[in-house]
Design a protein. Structure first.
Length: 359
């Protein structure tokens, strides 16, 4: 079990700091670019947080997003030729940017060069969208900004910008609890470690019981049918609420359990709440919708994709039954809400699935 993590401003621990970095952008058009930025952050040893954990579509989720930004040390926005989904006439990307600035969180803008060739289906044509996008980009350029030409260029400029921000604008960050020296922090560490020891014992007991039983549960090439719903929005309609052309369309996708598990385990490393994990499964469902279904609704957009309660519970139960994760109390929450945490078995499975083997 990893050492507990404690937020700190101790100057003697600068080299051990882990920064939480919020990554913001439109989604469908910048998936590859987001992956590169997240990769750069992870390879620098820090913690990326972004829209993969959220469902941009309503005011309740905006409260969750604001909390994630509040807990972040730096904010990155990637911009190309789409303005994005809006709430009350402002895109979620611009709302996130404005909120980060208002909280005095250092922001880094990564804007696509205008001369770069870009897929036409990922370019806004609607005049009002174009006008808002131009204005938003001008706003981004008032802060630290880099222009990029391709994903490789983006990766390099993201890394350079982050290093510059770390040096010029050092933040509170996070460090491993066993490197903090203050008496107050040490007492907190002792308390947390007792809790960790208790959880570790419970996990070991559970793993001993689940180790044999889990072999009888589907976790490989066995298929599972997952149900979900989505809306179809018409980008040519002015009013955001009226853009919903079709609502709550039900569909079913078929996946292998090994693919579902490989997708969800990395999400557990950020200790998501149940709602955040539910949103993440919505991303899984969205990414696996058949292309024929997406093409069927062109030029409208398939948005607000969410997994059904029945299918969410099926995935939840399977992950718990396999012993890959558990639900624990969120000690930061006044309401003691449950959050997801990987077990040792879950960590091993994630490493075996995702870690690059030695040559």
């Amino acid at each position: 079990m990893a050492s507990p993590v404690v937020q700190t401003s101790n100057k003697g621990t600068e080299m051990n700091k882990k920064y939480q970095i919020f990554v913001s952008s439109t989604y469908d058009d910048l998936k590859d670019q987001r992956d590169q930025v997240i990769k750069a952050i992870l390879e620098m040893g820090h913690i990326p947080v972004g829209m993969e954990m959220f469902s941009a579509g309503d005011e309740e989720q905006w409260k969750v997003i604001k909390r994630a930004i509040d807990e972040s040390d730096y904010y990155i926005v990637i911009a190309a030729h789409r303005y994005g989904s809006e709430l009350n006439g402002v895109s979620f990307t611009e709302m996130e940017y404005d909120y980060a600035v208002s909280r005095q969180i250092p922001v880094i803008g990564l804007v696509l060069e205008d001369a770069v060739s870009w897929p036409s289906n990922f370019v806004d044509r609607e005049p009002s969208k174009v006008e808002k996008l131009v204005s938003f980009k001008e706003k981004i350029k008032k802060k630290m900004v880099k222009h990029w030409k391709n994903t490789e260029d983006l990766y390099g400029k993201c890394s350079i910008s982050l290093m510059k921000s770390f040096n010029l604008l050092p933040r509170v960050g996070w460090i491993k609890g066993d490197t903090v020296t203050s008496e107050e922090a040490n007492q907190e560490i002792i308390k947390l470690r007792k809790h960790v020891d208790s959880l570790t014992q419970q996990i070991n007991e559970y793993e001993q019981q689940a180790g044999i039983k889990s072999r009888s549960y589907a976790q490989g090439r066995e298929e599972v049918k997952l149900k979900g719903h989505f809306d179809v929005t018409d980008p040519n309609r002015e009013n955001w609420r009226r853009r919903i052309k079709l609502k709550d369309i039900e569909t079913t996708i078929t996946m292998r359990w090994q693919d579902v598990i490989a997708f969800v385990l990395p999400a557990m490393t950020s200790l998501p709440s149940e709602q955040q994990f539910r949103n993440f499964l919505g991303r899984l469902f969205r990414d696996n919708l058949p292309s024929a279904l997406l093409d069927e609704h062109q030029p409208c957009s398939v948005e607000h994709v969410r997994m059904s309660e029945e299918s969410y519970n099926a995935v939840k139960i399977q992950i718990l039954a396999l012993g890959y994760a558990e639900l624990i109390d969120d000690e930061k929450s006044d309401r003691r809400k449950a959050i997801w945490s990987l077990t040792k078995s879950g960590l091993r499975e994630m490493y075996q699935t995702h870690a690059q083997p030695a040559d």
